[in-house]
Design a protein around this ligand. Structure first.
Ligand SMILES: Cc1ncc(COP(=O)(O)O)c(C=O)c1O
Length: 380
């Protein structure tokens, strides 16, 4: 029987036809006016996306490259920094910090939970010399949302502290305006809500962060923000850029800006709510106490291995992600960021019901679908 595979993983996500078309074009050379024109267009659109007039730079790398650049360029060895470590990617901030010899305060949080404001206030009171706060706005491994606005306020009150936000699964899902929120360094990657293949990373830095560029003493070569920023403000990159991804980004940014950021954020909110309410209606438990709108993490029912359930889902036509590290086999994650609409949510919930029935869970077919439809109906 023909079964079409549908991608519901939290990165990479499906590509819009406009992006596929752009990627299918013959390559152009990057040291040309033609490329510079496109590159400058993309830079302006990124500024609109983040509501800023500051230059936003791009690296040919996955998102982790821009995370590494954030550590290398805006800090000095031994700088005391606070890491909100609530999942796989919070752990990555910690590892990057320790690799480059920062003095990391590792605030470990149970996976599926967000930080406590009181605890942050306590840490900051005891450590007024903190030079940076590192966080994920959307921690993809646990599908958890962390409130970055509060951290922005905390950071501003400190003497000389930068708020560094991994927006890899929040930019293009929420309205993320660093200057309104108080974010000093914001990174994102191409294979999530920017709706592209992997290989392009984006980095915003504030005026306050810019002042740190000259004092940072951590060795760097490729991920040199000052060098890149200087080149990129003239429509070029220091090294060979991800040409086709940048051309395709022009298309996906058109889609995002045409939809409008408030509408885009609302669409993600509705898709996330419909998914969450539907899985709860089916009788399953959500992983996160502070769920993000990018993806939904769900515990497999008692006695059923989440990876067996995922295999069943794949047979039915849905590729969802599993749990990472100690959540492996326990949870599965359904993405709804980027090129997804309401119908995708209805489809994946219908598929989940079929897969659950196949693995022997007593599911009433259509119950979750109905719930998702009710939520969608209220919003369209
Ligand atoms: C929140 C978050 N941070 C960092 C990363 C790492 O990005 P990359 O795999 O593009 O290096 C991911 C990827 O899943 C992510 O979701």
């Amino acid at each position: 029987m023909l079964i079409k595979e549908r991608l519901f993983t939290p990165g990479p996500v499906p590509l819009p036809p406009q992006v596929i078309k752009a990627l299918g074009q013959q390559i152009i050379h990057h040291r040309t006016p033609e490329f510079t024109q496109i590159f400058n267009d993309v830079r302006q659109k990124l500024q609109k996306l983040l509501k800023t007039e500051r230059d936003v730079i791009m690296f040919a790398s996955s998102g982790t490259g821009a995370m590494e650049a954030s550590v290398l360029n805006f800090f000095k060895k031994k700088d005391k920094v606070l890491v909100i470590n609530a999942g796989k990617f919070g752990q990555r901030w910690k590892e990057l910090g320790t690799t480059f010899e920062l003095n990391v305060i590792d605030y470990q949080i149970e996976w599926g939970k967000t930080y406590s404001k009181e605890k942050i206030e306590e840490i900051v009171k005891e450590n007024p010399d903190i030079k940076g706060i590192f966080v994920q706005q959307s921690e993809t491994s646990t599908t958890t949302y962390h409130d970055v606005k509060f951290l922005g306020e905390i950071s501003k009150k400190l003497d000389d502290c930068l708020l560094v936000v991994d927006g890899i699964t929040s930019v293009g899902v929420y309205e993320v305006y660093p200057e309104e929120i108080g974010i000093d360094v914001l990174v994102t990657g191409s294979q999530k809500a920017l709706m592209l293949p992997p290989g392009l990373a984006v980095l915003y830095f504030s005026e306050k962060a810019e002042k740190r560029l000259s004092t940072s003493d951590i060795p760097k070569y490729y991920f040199d923000v000052a060098k890149e920023a200087k080149k990129q403000e003239n429509g070029q990159t220091a090294y060979t850029p991800a040409i086709n991804l940048i051309i395709a980004l022009n298309e996906s940014l058109n889609l995002i800006l045409d939809e409008g950021l408030p509408q885009l954020a609302k669409r993600h909110e509705i898709m996330a709510e419909a998914t969450r309410e539907a899985v709860k209606e089916i009788g399953l438990k959500l992983l996160s106490e502070s769920p993000a709108n990018s993806a939904t993490g769900v515990y497999a029912p008692e006695g059923i291995n989440a990876d067996d359930l995922r295999k069943q889902l794949l047979k039915i036509g849905f590729r969802v992600a599993g749990g990472q590290d100690h959540l492996k086999g326990k949870i599965f994650r359904i993405a709804h960021m980027g090129y997804f609409d309401f119908n995708d949510v209805i489809q994946v919930i219908a598929g989940l019901e079929l897969a659950l029935a196949k693995v022997g869970y007593p599911v009433e077919l259509g119950k979750g679908v109905k719930k998702a439809q009710e939520i969608i109906l209220k919003n369209i």
